[in-house]
Design a protein. Structure first.
Lengths: 113, 112
């Protein structure tokens, strides 16, 4: 079955430290990939998306993600964490145009001062 | 402004009652989705629709029903058959031939 796995339900970093949130998908066929962010009691906001144009994708708020086909991964990074980055992050996969958007379990990011 | 509007933001229901959650979009998107969010379980797809008057079950459709009579509207009914309806419900939409999904602000349903 098609699936998305986010490693680590909770990640804690210090302000100014590197943020790395992991995402792996389960298909050998490159899908469309997304990272979303959710603040408490709100909907999801798109951070960035991969649609095969480039393997390194830059998003909003200084985040970026790299698509690695050999590892079936799409990890999210940010060089320096800010307190405002504390939120829940979701990786999502779309395997064909107009198909179902499948989400990972989410990773809650905490940023310590 | 274009976007997706979910209402109400908070909803309380007595056990045994049906309740309908509203989702309206003015983005002219063909596809619409309903997700349920529970702590630690991510987002689970309830129903989705790619065109007016057509919809498909997602992974957890039991106890829910939907309609898609208009392109801009995709209401979700939580029936009394849903055994554990307390959750955060999110509606989303996308252009069928594109990939990005836009989300509403969610409705938090509590059974009392």
């Amino acid at each position: 079955a098609q699936s998305v796995t986010q490693l680590g339900s909770h990640v804690s970093v210090s302000e100014g430290a590197l943020v790395l949130l992991r995402c792996n998908y389960s298909s050998s066929v490159p899908p469309y990939l997304f990272w979303y962010v959710q603040y408490p009691n709100q909907g999801l906001q798109l951070l960035l998306k991969y649609t095969s144009a480039a393997t390194l994708v830059k998003g909003i708020n200084g985040f970026e993600a790299e698509f690695k086909k050999s590892e079936t991964s799409f990890h999210l990074t940010k060089p320096s964490a800010h307190m405002s980055d504390a939120a829940e992050y979701f990786c999502a996969v779309l395997y064909n145009q107009g198909g179902k958007l499948i989400f990972g379990q989410g990773t809650e990011l905490s940023v310590k001062p | 402004d274009g976007g997706i509007t979910q209402s109400p933001k908070y909803l309380f229901r007595k056990e045994g009652q049906n309740v309908t959650l509203s989702c309206e979009q003015n983005l002219n998107h063909d596809a619409m989705y309903w997700y349920r969010q529970d702590p630690g379980q991510g987002l689970r797809l309830i129903y989705y629709s790619q065109i007016v008057n057509d919809f498909q079950k997602g992974d957890i459709a039991e106890g829910y029903s939907v309609s898609r009579e208009k392109k801009e509207s995709f209401p979700l009914t939580v029936t009394s058959a849903q055994k554990n309806p307390t959750a955060f419900y999110l509606c989303a939409s996308s252009i069928v031939r594109d990939t990005e999904a836009f989300f509403g602000q969610g409705t938090r349903l509590t059974v009392v």
